[in-house]
Ligand binder design. Sequence first.
Ligand SMILES: Nc1ncnc2c1ncn2[C@@H]1O[C@H](COP(=O)(O)OP(=O)(O)OP(=O)(O)O)[C@@H](O)[C@H]1O
Ligand SMILES: [Mg+2]
Length: 236
Amino acid sequence: MTAFALEGVGLVRRYGGFTALDDVSLRLEPGEIRGLIGPNGAGKSTLMDTLCGRGGSTGGRVVLKGRDISGLSAEARRRAGLARSFQKTNIFPALTVKEQVALAARAAETDNTDEVLDALGLSHLARHRAADIAYGDQRRLDLALALVGRPSVLLLDEPAAGLSIKESIVLARLLKDLAGSWNVTVLLVEHDMEVIFTVSDRITVLNLGKVLAEGTREEIRANPEVVRAYLGSSVS
Ligand SMILES: Nc1ncnc2c1ncn2[C@@H]1O[C@H](COP(=O)(O)OP(=O)(O)OP(=O)(O)O)[C@@H](O)[C@H]1O
Ligand SMILES: [Mg+2]
């Protein structure tokens, strides 16, 4: 039996008396792109935090390629091959594009800076300061930082935030190509349904800290509970 790329089993996260994640489980097949959707405050970012070891957990297990990593720090999980990007950009404006990627490579104890710059189409901007490049390039730089060291699993929290629909689709296609050629498994949070339906193999819907549904895009689109809680009239 082959191991799942990433498993979260019975994850619980509480903030004081508030339960932000309530017994959430998910299993990602190697190489799949999983869309993670749900209303604001559903717990999507909290789930990513919990999977990657930020802010602690109040229950459950995280298993990476068959290995229980629940006891590892975020840094150790990163070195084990679990990377993430953040909802807000994570870049240092004063550093050059290449310096930032090199810094991330050092932290991940690898050196594939040039490969990553090339894969994200950023080589020609290597010597530019991050503050001076276009916003769309900054978003690709964010992705580059997460891809350093060729992680086996990538958690992406709204990587296309602030981009136009057209730019978002271009970024999503790039992501899909990379996931295929580098064999990366991706968990993708994204509010735009066109982007989610374009790239996701399967979709998980969170609502009020629980998994409301999981399935193919057709199943998710046709699920009345999902439509009621989230999709509303945004898909036809
Ligand atoms: N540090 C915290 N302390 C207290 N409550 C928090 C904290 N972080 C998140 N929450 C709460 O947990 C719930 C889930 O938040 P989370 O940020 O995971 O939602 P989300 O699905 O990522 O939403 P969005 O789509 O707006 O990014 C929300 O009700 C939020 O207010
Ligand atoms: Mg969020």
